[in-house]
Structures are given as C-alpha cells and as structure tokens.
Design a protein around this ligand. Structure first.
Ligand SMILES: CC(=O)SCCNC(=O)CCNC(=O)[C@H](O)C(C)(C)COP(=O)(O)OP(=O)(O)OC[C@H]1O[C@@H](n2cnc3c(N)ncnc32)[C@H](O)[C@@H]1OP(=O)(O)O
Ligand SMILES: CC(C)C(=O)C(=O)O
Ligand SMILES: [Mg+2]
Length: 519
C-alpha cells in the first residue's frame, strides 16, 4: 500500500477489526482456534488489514496476534497499542511475525477524555503523539495513529495531533467516532477539513472508524470515504463495543451496489460474506438479527404476495443485489398469511403439484385459513393440505391385525398382519422399543424402507382415555408424505399413521392431481 495520499484514487482499503473491537463486545470472546479460523477467512476474502487483537491485553491476545501474523498470507496484520511504551513494544513483538505487520497506536484527543480518562493537557498529549509514533516507527514501517474520541475533539487541536503523527512517521491516520456521536455531514466535513488543511496530509491514508450508537456507523464511514478517507475500519456483522462498529458487509455491498453514487471499490470477494457472517456469529455466540442488511435470514426472503408476485416476474423488482453475490444460495419465497396466489401456485409446482382451477382456488382458501392460524407454514403442511384437497386416497395397504409385546429390559416384538390390495401378509419383528418394532414390522411387511423424517404423538384431549394423535412423515425417492391418525391406543395410532403416510407415498401425484381436477 502506498504511503502517499490515496484520496484521489477510488480504491478503498478494508481494515477489519472483528478480532479486536468486535471481540470487545460483552460476551463475544473467541477462543484461540476460533480467532485463527476467522483471521484465515478474512485473509481469504480479501480484507486488506486485519486488526488481530490488543497484544498487551493478555498473553492469550499476544499469542493470537503472533500466530495470526505468522499464518497471514496477503493481509497486513495490525496489533493495537495504547500510547504507552510497553504496549507499543508488545504490539511490535506480536506483529513482527507477519509478512506485513502494523502497529496501531491511539491516544485520546477530546476534552472530556483528556480531563477524565487521560488526565493530561493538550500539550502533553501532543508530545505523547510524537513520542509514541516515533517509537512505533522505530519498530516497524507501517504505523497507524488514532485519536480516540476524535469526533468530539476541537478541529484545531485534532489537526495539530494529525500533523504531529504524520511528521513522526504515521502512514495511516484514523479518525474514530468512538462513541457513535457524529452525523454524516459532520463526519464528511471533519475528514475533508483535515485532508485539506493539515499540511502533510498527503503523506498518509485517512481512515474511518465509526461506531453505531445512533445507527449511523455505515453512513458516517461512507461519508468519510466521499470526503477522501481510503481506509474503512469495520467488523463482520457490525460486531463491536456497545452498538457495534460499521458492518463490513454493508460497506462492501454499498460500494459494490451503488457504484453510481459511490464510485469507489474494495478488493473484497463479496461471495464470502454470508459464510463469514455465520462463522463469526457462531464463534462469538452472537445471533444475527433476522432483518440484518446483507446477511440476515430475511435479507433475501419475501413473504408478502405482492413482492412474491414481483419476484416471480423479475427478481429486480424487489432485490437490489442477487443472493449469489453475497454467497447466499437463493432467494426464498416464504409461504405465510401475506402470500398470494402467484407464489402459492409456484410453491405447489415446486412440490410437484399442478392443480386444476377449482382445486387450486379451494386449496388456496384453505391455505389462507391455515396461515391465519399457524405461524410457520411448512412444505409438509402444504403437502398435507393438497393431499387432503385431492380427497382421501384409497389405501392400498391396510392394517388387519397387530399385537405388541414389551417388557422392561427384555424384547419388544410386534406381530402384525397387513393386506396389500387384498393379499394378507403377516410378520413378527423386534425393535428397540414398541414403536420401533411396529415400524420395522410394517417395513418388512410392505418390503420397503422409507426414511422416517418425523414421528410425534400428542393427546387430543386430557385423561388416560384421550385419543392419541400420531403424526408420521416419510421420505422415499425424493418425495415426502405425511400421515396422521387419531386412535384411543397410541401404538395402533402410530401404526396407522405410518401406513397412512406410506400409502400417500405410493399415490402417483400426477394421477391424483387429475382426480382432483376432475372433482
Ligand atoms: C475505544 C477503544 O476501543 S479503546 C480499546 C479498549 N479495549 C480494551 O480496553 C481491551 C483491553 N484492555 C485491557 O486488557 C486492559 O484495560 C489493559 C491491559 C489495556 C489495561 O489494564 P489496566 O492497566 O488494569 O488499566 P485499566 O483498564 O483499569 O485502565 C486503563 C488505563 O489505560 C489508560 N489509557 C486508556 N487509553 C489510553 C491510551 N490510548 N494511551 C495511554 N493510556 C490510556 C487509562 O487512562 C487508564 O490509566 P490509569 O490506570 O493510569 O488511569
Ligand atoms: C482504539 C480506537 C481506534 C477505537 O476502537 C475507537 O476509538 O473506537
Ligand atoms: Mg472502536
């Protein structure tokens, strides 16, 4: 990376601080192995600078930064250091293993921080800036300086600090909105004024580091880029102190999608974004909100009928990016109470059904009724709905007789007779429990081994004489069918539900559809 001003180029460097600022989120601590995995992922996806940790914070952090530095391929590996000689030495010792290492040193600049956190005067801080950047440059060529709480710092003092840092050899100047206080216009002005008025500003790359306390981290970062900053500090999933940092995936996709309004580019391979989000969420045990931009579960999902209709006609009606561009397999059209006929018809087609007009209209009405009652309408619900609409099927295989013997610590055996289109067949089969023995016996009797997707029993009412409502879902050759039976006896209900599902599997959908159309 060149150490001269980059503000005239359109290349934006991505500095990921998931492993440092991100890990500062309460509860987001990652293990050594998880940090290595995240760093490898960031390096592979094209992150320019990985801030791997704060080496003075603990031996674990030092070891993690050192190991990430050793394993780094393309990315610059940065270690954070306060404006304290021991911190800088420790950061230098950790990042020296990298092909390209960076010391990132910071000191507070705002009046409130100077008075209460640092208990130093502006003159003392200015002196500290020169000393600490000089010390860092004596250890390594790539030095970043940050003014903590820069956005609440008077411009004249901030400009003096920036000038002193560059004079002492800082190659990157970071202007953090540490407490997420800024608004885009203000942040734009701040970066622009610094670049235009600090005499040696062309010798460094300016950087944004925006927190999300008012939900403006990404907007502020992009305003900084428009003003001439060419490094953006961000984190996967927007992880970070309090409300987090600017989200890397949002920055990258905003630049990629809105090149007309934001004519800048990064070298990030955006198809890694969804995976990165999942890996970081799992490592930190931090769930991603469903409606999170770019990587949330709903970012490429549509439930409402008007949107689904538009999506089926042309995906650009309601999507400004393709799911594939961020590494998500496909858009999902979720069936629910807001869905309309277009999506319902498409879904049925996917499931292998093509209904005639009357059957379709009736099934749609029943689907809406179901969706009003049920939060999630699954494919299996739709299958059951359509199978029901097509009329009860004439079972090919019927249960004729069944007895089950079971003893604690002993055998569980089912003796069962079924009739297959009039021909009776009897078997006696064991299992690990009564239900297992029954299902094994049916499989042997019918000579097939469908995959049991789901088995459940619930009581229709209370009391020991309540009916047992048994549900079985089977899958065979890519087809799924559900069966359900209510019987006073749980074991008989289970057997009948299994046979019911199996009989449905045997029904040719095309033929059944014809039947439904005729009806
Ligand atoms: C905006 C940010 O994200 S800043 C980074 C925040 N991240 C972290 O703090 C995580 C890692 N931190 C730690 O492990 C510990 O806080 C340590 C090891 C750094 C320091 O631990 P301790 O020595 O016990 O100090 P403690 O955390 O209680 O207080 C921080 C001290 O650092 C000082 N300090 C804070 N920032 C700076 C700075 N940029 N330069 C110099 N000193 C600083 C504070 O004034 C305070 O000093 P004091 O004890 O003389 O009053
Ligand atoms: C250490 C600095 C860059 C920081 O995280 C902040 O100011 O938010
Ligand atoms: Mg921060």
């Amino acid at each position: 990376m060149s150490q001269t001003s980059q503000s005239n180029t359109d290349r934006v460097y991505i500095f990921d601080t998931t492993l440092r600022d991100g890990e500062q989120s309460p509860g987001a601590t990652m293990t050594h192995e998880e940090k290595l995995q995240v760093a490898e992922l960031l390096d592979n996806m094209g992150v320019d600078i990985i801030e791997a940790g704060f080496p003075i914070a603990s031996n674990g952090d030092f070891e993690a930064v050192s190991e990430i530095a050793r394993r780094s391929k393309n990315a610059v590996i940065a270690g954070l250091a306060r404006a304290i000689p021991a911190d800088i030495d420790r950061a230098g010792a950790a990042v020296k293993h990298a092909r390209r290492g960076r010391i990132h040193t910071f000191v507070s600049t705002s009046p409130i921080h100077l008075a209460h956190q640092m208990r130093k005067t502006q003159e003392e801080v200015l002196e500290i800036v020169t000393q600490t950047v000089t010390q860092s440059r004596n250890l390594i060529d790539d030095v970043e300086w940050s003014g903590m709480d820069a956005t609440r710092t008077p411009m004249d003092f901030l400009a003096k600090c920036v000038e002193a840092a560059i004079n002492a050899g800082a190659t990157t100047i970071n202007i953090p909105d540490t407490v997420g206080y800024s608004v885009p216009e203000e942040y734009y002005e701040m970066i622009k004024t610094l670049i235009e008025t600090v005499p040696n500003s062309d010798k460094a790359i300016f950087s944004t580091h925006c927190h999300n306390d008012l939900g403006m981290a990404v907007a502020n970062s992009l305003a900084g880029v428009r003003a001439g900053a060419r490094q953006v500090e961000c984190t996967i999933n927007g992880l970070g102190e309090r409300a987090g940092n600017a989200a890397l995936e949002e920055i990258v996709m905003a630049l990629q999608t809105r090149g007309d309004a934001l004519p800048y580019h990064t070298e990030i391979d955006a198809t890694h974004l969804a995976r990165a989000s999942k890996i970081v969420a799992a490592a930190c045990n931090f769930p991603v909100q469903y409606n999170k931009a770019i990587v949330g579960k709903n970012a490429f999902a549509h439930e409402s009928g008007i949107h689904q209709d538009g999506m089926l006609k042309n995906a650009e009606t309601y999507e400004i990016m393709t799911p594939a561009s961020v590494g998500i397999k496909e858009t999902s059209l979720v069936m629910g109470k807001h869905s309309g006929r277009a999506a319902f018809k498409d879904k049925l087609k996917d499931l292998g059904y093509e209904l005639g007009d009357n059957a379709f209209q009736e099934t749609f009405v029943r689907f809406k009724e179901l969706a009003d009652r049920k939060k999630n309408v699954y494919d299996e619900d739709l299958i059951a709905l359509v199978d029901d609409e097509m009329g009860s099927i004439e079972d090919k295989i019927k249960l004729v007789a069944m007895s089950v013997s079971s003893s604690i610590g002993g055998d569980h055996v089912c003796q069962l007779t079924v009739s297959v289109e009039g021909d009776e067949k009897s078997v006696k089969v064991a299992g690990t429990g009564s239900v297992d023995a029954i299902f094994n016996a049916i499989k042997e009797a019918v000579g097939a081994d469908p995959h049991l997707v789901h088995y459940g029993v619930d009581a229709v009412t209370g009391g020991t004489d309540a009916q047992a409502n048994a549900h079985v879902r089977l899958e065979m050759n890519g087809r799924i069918a559900s069966g359900r039976t209510a019987e006073p006896d749980t074991l008989v209900a289970s057997a009948r539900a299994y046979l019911n599902a199996y009989n449905r599997l045997l029904v040719e959908r095309g033929a059944a559809a014809q039947g439904a159309m005729a009806g």
